[in-house]
Design a protein around this ligand. Structure first.
Ligand SMILES: [Zn+2]
Ligand SMILES: [Zn+2]
Length: 421
C-alpha cells in the first residue's frame, strides 16, 4: 500500500525548505526592525470565531472552511486566515490597551477548501501582521511600508501596489443601496454566483473574475464616490503618506477584500506574471473586529503574504540565486581506517566550534566519490586526510571554488577553517 499526499496539500522538500527559511528569516528581521513581536495561535479555533470575524455570507465561511466536531461534539475549524485568531488571543490575554499600540506578527499554515491550482493550495502558508491601536492612516501606511520592506529586502521589484477604501458602516449603507439598484437590472446576464451575491453579499460581485461580468462591473457605482468625510480624509491621508516615501500606488475602485471585517483603507500587492492568481499580499483596516471579539474600542490594520505565491514570484524574478542559504560548509574526505579515526576527531572538534561539516559514512568510498558528494552538498572546503597526511601531521585543505589546495597542520585546522568561513 502506497500513500500519497492529500489533494491540495504539498510536501515541502529539503531542497525547497532553505528558501522558505530564508524568506522567514528576512520577514522576522523586518518585523523586528518595525517593532513587531511574533504570536503563535492554535491551528484550530471555535467555528463561531471565524463566522463572526470573517462574515456569514463570505465565500470562506460558506464554502471553504474545514469544519469538524471533536469527540465532545465541539464545532471547530482549521484556521482559514490569521487575523481572527490573533485578535481573539490578543483580547483574551489583555494585550490591547487604548493608549498604546500592539504590534503582532504570525507565520504558519492556513486551510481553505478551494479548487487547487498553481499558487493556491488547500493548506497554504501565510506571513502576516496586525497593528492594533487607533483609527489612523499612519497605521495603514506603516503596514504597507512593512510589506514593502519585506518584499524589497527579498529583492523583488516588479510589483504593483493597489489601494482603495471600502468605507465604513455609515457610508457603505448608501453605497450598497445604489449598488443593489445597479446590479438588480444587470444581474440577469451575469453568472449564478453574482446572482446569489445580490441578496447575500453584494459587494463581492465586484470581485467576480468572469470576463463578461467584468464589463458590467466596471460601470457600477464606485464606493469612493460615497465615502463619508472621515473615510475620505483617511484615504487621502494614506495617499499623502505613501507619496512622501515614494511608494508608488494605483487606485483600484473595485477592490473589495473577501472578508467582511475590512473598513476604510484596503490594499493589495500584485505581480502581473502570476496569471489569475496574481495577488501576492493584501490587507487593510478593520475598525470593529476588536470590539466584536469582546476587546476594547481599538481598531486595527493588518496584512498577509501568501508564501507559496511569494516563492513563485521570487523564482520568476530570479532573486533566489542571490540568497545566502546555508548548507554544509566543509566536507571531510577520509581515506583509510586510521585516517578516519583522526578525521572524525577533527570533524567533531570543528562541529563543536560551530562549523557545519559532514563526512561519508561508508569508509570504503573512493576519494573521487567523496569529492563528488562534497560538490553536491555545495561545500566550500574539503579536508582530505589519507595515510600520507596522517604521517605528516597535516591535512590537505581544498578550496572548492577555485580548486586551490594547501596543507594545514592538524592542530590549527579548526582555527584555519573558522578564519576562512
Ligand atoms: Zn465612512
Ligand atoms: Zn459573476
Amino acid at each position: 500500500m502506497k500513500y500519497s499526499v492529500v489533494r491540495g496539500t504539498k510536501d515541502i522538500l529539503p531542497e525547497e525548505t532553505g528558501k522558505w527559511q530564508y524568506v522567514e528569516k528576512v520577514s522576522r528581521e523586518i518585523f523586528r526592525i518595525y517593532g513587531f513581536s511574533e504570536m503563535r495561535t492554535p491551528l484550530f479555533e471555535k467555528t463561531e470565531l471565524f463566522v463572526r470575524a470573517i462574515g456569514t455570507d463570505t465565500d470562506i465561511v460558506t464554502k471553504e472552511m474545514y469544519n469538524f466536531k471533536d469527540k465532545k461534539g465541539r464545532e471547530l475549524t482549521l484556521r482559514p486566515e490569521g487575523t481572527a485568531g490573533i485578535i481573539r488571543a490578543a483580547v483574551e490575554n489583555n494585550l490591547i490597551s487604548k493608549d498604546q499600540n500592539t504590534k503582532l506578527y504570525y507565520m504558519g499554515p492556513m486551510y481553505r477548501y478551494e479548487r487547487p491550482q498553481k499558487g493556491r493550495q488547500r493548506e497554504f502558508y501565510q506571513v502576516g501582521a496586525e497593528l492594533i491601536g487607533e483609527d489612523k492612516s499612519l497605521y495603514d501606511y506603516e503596514i504597507i511600508a512593512l510589506v514593502w520592506g519585506i518584499l524589497g529586502k527579498l529583492g523583488l521589484k516588479n510589483l504593483k501596489l493597489y489601494i482603495n477604501s471600502v468605507g465604513c458602516s455609515v457610508c457603505r449603507l448608501k453605497y450598497l443601496e445604489c449598488l443593489r439598484n445597479y446590479f438588480k437590472n444587470n444581474v440577469g446576464s451575469m453568472c449564478t454566483d453574482c446572482g446569489n451575491r445580490l441578496d447575500t453579499n453584494i459587494m463581492r460581485i465586484l470581485d467576480c473574475k468572469n470576463d463578461k461580468d467584468r464589463m458590467i462591473i466596471e460601470k457600477a457605482p464606485k464606493i469612493r464616490d460615497f465615502l463619508c468625510d472621515n473615510c475620505k480624509m483617511s484615504y487621502n491621508q494614506l495617499k499623502v503618506l505613501l507619496a512622501s516615501v515614494e511608494i508608488k500606488y494605483e487606485e483600484d475602485s473595485y477592490m473589495v477584500r473577501g472578508l467582511d471585517y475590512y473598513t476604510k483603507n484596503v490594499f493589495e500587492v500584485k505581480y502581473s506574471g502570476l496569471g489569475a492568481q496574481n495577488t501576492l499580499a493584501a490587507g487593510g483596516r478593520y475598525n470593529n473586529l476588536v470590539s466584536e471579539m469582546g476587546g476594547p474600542g481599538a481598531s486595527g490594520t493588518g496584512f498577509s503574504i501568501g508564501m507559496e505565491r511569494l516563492l513563485m514570484v521570487c523564482e520568476k524574478e530570479n532573486v533566489t540565486a542571490n540568497w545566502e542559504i546555508n548548507g554544509v560548509d566543509v566536507f571531510f574526505a577520509l581515506i583509510g581506517n586510521k585516517a578516519i579515526v583522526k578525521g572524525r576527531l577533527l570533524l567533531s572538534n570543528s562541529r563543536s566550534a560551530g562549523i557545519s561539516c559532514e563526512c561519508d559514512y561508508s569508509p570504503e568510498k573512493s576519494l573521487k566519490s567523496q569529492m563528488k558528494r562534497a560538490d553536491k552538498l555545495g561545500c566550500k572546503y574539503v579536508v582530505i586526510i589519507g595515510d600520507d597526511e596522517l604521517s605528516g601531521g597535516k591535512a590537505i585543505l581544498r578550496n572548492m571554488k577555485d580548486s586551490s589546495q594547501e596543507e594545514v597542520e592538524f592542530d590549527s585546522l579548526v582555527k584555519e577553517l573558522k578564519n576562512k568561513l
